[in-house]
Design a protein around this ligand. Structure first.
Ligand SMILES: *[C@@H]1O[C@H](CO)[C@@H](O)[C@H](O)[C@H]1NC(C)=O
Ligand SMILES: *[C@@H]1O[C@H](CO)[C@@H](O)[C@H](O)[C@H]1NC(C)=O
Ligand SMILES: *[C@@H]1O[C@H](CO)[C@@H](O)[C@H](O)[C@H]1NC(C)=O
Ligand SMILES: *[C@@H]1O[C@H](CO)[C@@H](O)[C@H](O)[C@H]1NC(C)=O
Ligand SMILES: *[C@@H]1O[C@H](CO)[C@@H](O)[C@H](O)[C@H]1NC(C)=O
Ligand SMILES: *[C@@H]1O[C@H](CO)[C@@H](O)[C@H](O)[C@H]1NC(C)=O
Ligand SMILES: *[C@@H]1O[C@H](CO)[C@@H](O)[C@H](O)[C@H]1NC(C)=O
Length: 694
């Protein structure tokens, strides 16, 4: 097929460029930029590459000599002593499930509780961070720092992208070996190498939307999400309140899933099969990652056609599934003292739905917020572990048994097609729960009396003449090259002494920016605080026919959600696609909050295809309402970056609606696509064309 060519090309490394980096010592940093600069300069792990790192290397600073300055000297003493005696995870040790957090949590605790408001406090924080950056397990250090960045310095500290800190996880093996002048190593048993495309050995069909699954920004989104919202953080201890965390788990994974499906439609690929705990179920496709572990070792290979039943925890999975299905049928979860947590109310409201979904999500993801972990176990995490342990029996390996496959790595699991099978399973349970709600989305339930969406329009900065003949307005995507820094994967520091940088050029999906125009009419006498929600979803299913309507609704992708003030009479609201509140912004205006978590900007639109992928855009205007005293307004919107997908560590979420509203539950509209200009919502046809520019 024609489209496969661009897919296969995505991960071909075109060239290795070598640049010299001019150092800029004279910049006049504002204080949080200084903080950010100083901390992010510590993220080169093989070779010190700047004056701060050289200073840290020769510094005699030892936390044990400053115990009285820490608020938790016992934690510091215990952890640093263990670190010095090499009792913690080795610096480049592989990632071992369960053991990871044993060291990450104390490191986080030590840094979190340093009072950085004084110069001495900041010094101590910096010294301690520098100390850990040189000695701790690299992945654990990054995880602790991501969490510090998303909590302690929420919005004020951005770390270097994980892909440049540890390029090993993101770069093709050939590049990693190439920059270290390693001839492709003689492969031991079990160290089979797969190229980026299809592969007979692992049963990979090579037609997956690899450009999307392997996108560094997307992988970082999933990593940052998991680092920002660790399942086992004791929230009270840090005075963090991950509002609606259980619901967020279900929704953000649903989001990745429906996005994946839109990419399958773009590639004209069939639907995927959900994972089931049926004993006959097999993971059809094997997986052998194209990238390496932090210590340059290879990931274990999963063979094609593996069965989940081969793993010890299979029985637990089936027990937990049974008990969760039973609780869904009962309509409540049972707490530790037999108390009931209802999932729904007979007179369901958005608030009762949120509470029920949150309880369900928390026991399913199995977080510290689970109302009864002994009863409901940890189904989601155990599914990942089960797959992470599957090894290809044709390749007996010397890798220790507790070295995990990608399915237990938050930065890599999304590259494996089995991830989408696991989350299909999760999503089906989420849907089952939501569709049990007695509340139904219909004209009455979604109404905003006095407000009418009269017209929707799109304009794109791309003037492509051929597109004028299209039936529907056209949005466009393309592939582009971007430079990608792999210097941190150079082991021989002499190679970097002259200031050389190693940059490779890779292909990624991007789209031509556009604007939405909404004409909204208000018959209210005064100004209205309202929320505009924009969704988009594929209209045609894999079989070439329109999706069954329930599937169409469930597959809608949230594109944006933003507050507006609606004045009496006519309102023309213009919104740039790049301002979408789901995105991690590429460029942040001064004073705006930065965040590591957020949907990658370049993937805002599904790829579409050269023929044009028929999508339906949906817009709905609803009143902005307070929830726990917090309401989203034009004034405070910037304080909640990417909250739809990433939540907020300290504040209640400024939305009284369940996540994904109004497509979050069963919907019945009398004339879904015909009621144009008659109510506070409307559908609008759009085509996404992929312009093959590379
Ligand atoms: C810990 O490991 C480092 C590096 O391998 C070594 O230099 C040091 O002597 C070790 N310390 C102890 C207490 O074994
Ligand atoms: C930080 O480390 C430097 C040496 O690198 C030392 O002079 C300074 O006193 C330390 N400050 C604190 C608060 O730890
Ligand atoms: C398990 O899968 C087999 C084969 O696909 C099917 O015949 C059977 O009905 C399934 N069992 C259950 C309980 O879903
Ligand atoms: C099954 O679950 C129980 C209870 O959570 C746990 O103690 C046990 O280790 C689990 N077994 C396996 C093989 O994971
Ligand atoms: C409706 O639901 C609310 C809370 O969800 C509850 O307090 C109230 O008693 C319910 N009313 C009826 C009539 O069921
Ligand atoms: C879209 O149209 C508006 C006027 O309706 C204009 O101000 C804006 O610059 C246009 N945007 C793009 C991206 O062309
Ligand atoms: C490459 O990354 C390092 C940090 O990892 C940074 O110091 C350097 O400026 C980057 N170089 C380029 C050309 O982006």
């Amino acid at each position: 097929m024609r489209h496969d060519m661009c897919v296969v090309l995505v991960f071909i490394c075109l060239s290795i460029l070598v640049n010299s980096l001019p150092t800029n010592k004279d910049s006049n940093f504002a204080s949080d930029q200084l903080l950010q600069h100083k901390i992010s300069s510590l993220f080169n792990f093989f070779c010190a590459r700047n004056p701060d790192q050289h200073a840290a290397k020769v510094s005699t600073f030892d936390p044990l000599n400053y115990l009285s300055l820490y608020t938790n000297p016992d934690t510091v003493s215990k952890f640093v002593t263990a670190l010095q005696q090499n009792l913690t995870s080795p610096r480049w040790g592989p990632y071992l499930s369960d053991k990871e957090r044993i060291d990450t949590i104390p490191m986080f605790d030590i840094l979190y509780f340093i009072d950085t408001s004084t110069p001495q406090g900041f010094d101590l924080f910096y010294n301690t961070t520098a100390y850990f950056s040189l000695r701790a397990n690299v992945r654990q250090f990054i995880m602790a720092m991501e969490l510090i960045s998303s909590t302690k310095f929420f919005g004020r500290l951005t770390l270097p992208p994980f892909s440049t800190s540890v390029p090993q996880f993101f770069s093709p093996k050939s590049v990693l070996w190439g920059i270290n002048d390693v001839v492709k190593p003689h492969l031991g048993e079990g160290e089979h190498v797969e190229e980026d495309g299809g592969d007979k050995l692992t049963g990979a069909v090579g037609k997956d939307p690899t450009y999307w699954k392997f996108d560094a920004g997307y992988r970082e989104f999933h990593f940052a999400w998991n680092m920002d919202l660790p399942p086992d953080l004791v929230q009270d201890k840090y005075q963090i309140r991950f509002d609606r965390k259980g619901e967020l788990f279900l929704y953000s994974h649903h989001y990745m899933e429906v996005r994946y499906w839109a990419e399958l439609r773009s590639q004209n690929l069939p639907d995927i099969e959900t994972l089931t705990l049926n004993k006959t179920f097999k993971v059809t496709q094997g997986y052998s990652p194209f990238f390496l572990m932090a210590d340059f070792s290879v990931f274990p290979v999963r063979g094609p056609g593996d069965s989940l039943t081969t793993q010890d925890n299979f029985q637990n999975l089936t027990i937990w599934e049974d008990i969760i299905l039973q609780s869904l049928a009962d309509g409540y979860a049972v707490g530790k003292s037999r108390e009931r947590y209802p999932y729904h109310q007979p007179n369901e409201t958005d608030a009762s739905d949120i509470a029920g979904t949150d309880a369900f999500g928390a026991l399913f993801q199995s977080t510290t917020a689970s109302v009864n972990i002994d009863l409901y176990g940890n189904l989601h995490e155990s599914l990942h572990l089960n797959l992470a342990h599957l090894r290809d029996p044709r390749f007996p390996t010397k890798l220790p048994k507790d070295v995990m496959g990608v399915m237990d790595h938050a930065e890599s699991s999304v590259t494996d097609s089995a991830f989408y099978q696991i989350h299909y399973y999760v999503d089906n349970l989420y849907k089952k729960h939501k569709y049990y709600s007695p509340q139904i989305r219909n004209e009455q339930n979604m109404a905003y009396p006095g407000i009418t969406v009269r017209q929707v329009g799109l304009n794109s900065s791309q003037h492509v003449t051929q597109l004028k003949t299209e039936k529907f307005p056209v949005l466009t995507t393309y592939f582009e090259y971007y430079s990608y820094n792999v210097t941190n994967a150079v082991i021989d520091c002499q190679k970097l002494e002259s200031g050389k940088e190693y940059v490779i050029s890779r292909k990624r999906l991007n789209y031509n920016k556009f604007e939405y125009n909404f004409d909204i009419f208000s018959s209210h006498g005064g100004n209205e605080d309202a929320i505009v929600r924009v969704f988009m979803g594929p209209y045609i299913a894999a079989d070439g026919k329109p999706y069954p309507i329930d599937d169409f609704y469930w597959n809608m992708i949230e594109m944006d959600k933003f507050p507006v003030v609606i004045e009496p009479g006519e309102n023309r609201i213009t919104r740039a696609s790049s301002d979408s509140s789901i995105l991690k912004k590429d460029v942040i205006a001064p004073g705006e909050l930065k965040r590591n978590c957020g949907w990658p900007s370049n993937l805002l639109l599904p790829k579409g295809n050269p023929e044009g992928l028929h999508m339906k855009l949906f817009v709905i205007v609803t009143p902005a309402k307070e929830r726990h005293g917090v309401k989203l307004t034009v004034q405070n919107a910037a304080e909640f970056p990417a909250f739809s997908l990433c939540g907020h560590p300290y504040s209640y979420l400024p939305d009284d609606k369940p996540m994904g509203f109004p497509f979050d539950k069963r919907m019945h509209l009398d004339n879904p696509f015909g009621s144009v200009g008659k109510s506070n919502f409307m559908f609008y046809d759009v085509t996404i064309k992929h312009l093959i520019s590379l």
